[in-house]
Ligand binder design. Structure first.
Ligand SMILES: [Zn+2]
Ligand SMILES: [Zn+2]
Ligand SMILES: [Zn+2]
Length: 340
């Protein structure tokens, strides 16, 4: 995440700030300019193109500070949400606010990485959309189907999420992690499976996705992951099916890119970053591993669990590099590479 500063008083700002705590200026996030903009007394900001913008209508409902053209409009991030808790469901709405915060973080990062998103208006059949549902009154299964991502809002509650994490023997479980994993399924559909040659490459790296998913689930929950899963997979869940291996890899690609970017911005790391290296293996070996080892030690110094409780064997680094190269294919300039 980039480092923001108040355009009025230069005080540090954070991505979610709606007001500068130092000078009191009201703020809004400009997606195109990737900046936190100061608002005037009428709550408006005139952008670099001369367009007058106001904050998203969901400011109160979801804490969204993103700027929109017309008063009463929803921003791009909020408009991707197809279903949310009803207005009378105060518990669900509090969880919705937390989940939307993670979702904005996700959309921001996808923009930074140059990964293209189509919404349901641009692509009614496979565009990205979210159902953010509370499992208090109905069963909610987190998942992805043809661009539609379902999230269980109960996962915003620490006690519930920790219970699930322990039950599933996962070393890491967060709402942002869920969003990153599920959008991995979306991008495998739009970027990989739309291209036969790339689909073949993916099959040689992640395995044949035509294997029965139903059988894979049954096998995974009956028998668990194979004993030597750490040799080629980032997590036990990744061993279930090639789809899940790609989604887990994609989530880790986003974890690493975002954390490396943040550390570089704050002067906590040195070495190649996700936008300055053509080979993601270099980013992992030269920047990420030294940084994550140090961050794990920092967490231990605070009596907390490791920040990044994972090991990256060469086979997993090759999978991460496959995801990295998808960005070049969609035209994002990664240093040293030719976009095309
Ligand atoms: Zn300020
Ligand atoms: Zn919004
Ligand atoms: Zn999945």
């Amino acid at each position: 995440m980039q480092r923001f500063a108040c355009a009025v008083c230069d005080a540090p700002l954070f991505f979610e700030n709606s007001q500068c705590l130092a000078c009191g200026t009201q703020l809004g996030f400009h997606r195109g300019e990737r900046a936190i903009a100061p608002l005037d007394d009428d709550g408006a900001y005139r952008d670099l193109e001369g367009q007058l913008l106001r904050r998203c209508t969901n400011l109160k409902l979801s804490g969204c500070t993103w700027l929109v053209r017309e008063e009463g409009d929803k921003c791009f991030s909020c408009s991707l949400t197809r279903s949310r808790p009803e207005d009378h469901d105060t518990t669900g709405l509090a969880q919705f606010l937390d989940a939307e915060r993670s979702k904005r973080h996700l959309i921001y990062e996808l923009d930074v990485l140059g990964l293209p998103i189509e919404d349901r208006i641009q692509n009614p059949e496979r565009g990205l959309a979210f159902d953010l549902l509370s499992s208090v009154e109905e069963k909610v299964v987190i998942g992805h189907q043809n661009g539609l991502i379902t999230i269980d809002l109960a996962e915003t509650v620490d006690s519930h999420r920790e219970k699930m994490r322990a039950k599933l023997e996962e070393p890491y479980r967060t709402m942002l992690g869920h969003f990153r994993h599920e959008t991995g399924h979306y991008f495998e559909g739009t970027l990989v499976f739309s291209d036969p040659a790339l689909t073949e490459d993916a099959r040689s790296i992640f395995g044949d996705d035509r294997a029965s998913y139903k059988d894979a689930i049954k096998r995974h929950y009956d028998e668990g992951a194979p004993e030597d899963w750490k040799k080629e997979h980032i997590s036990q869940y990744a061993t279930m099916h090639p789809y899940e291996d790609f989604a887990e890899t994609f989530a880790h690609y986003l974890h690493i890119c975002d954390t490396v970017d943040t550390a570089l911005q704050y002067g906590l790391a040195s070495g190649p970053g996700p936008n300055t290296s053509e080979d993601f293996g270099d980013v992992v070996r030269e920047t990420w591993i030294p940084l994550s080892v140090a961050l794990n030690q920092v967490n231990r110094s605070m009596g907390a669990n490791d920040l990044y409780p994972f090991v990256l064997p060469p086979a997993v680094i090759a999978k991460l590099d496959f995801v990295h190269k998808l960005r070049v294919r969609v035209g994002h300039p990664v240093a040293g590479s030719v976009a095309g």
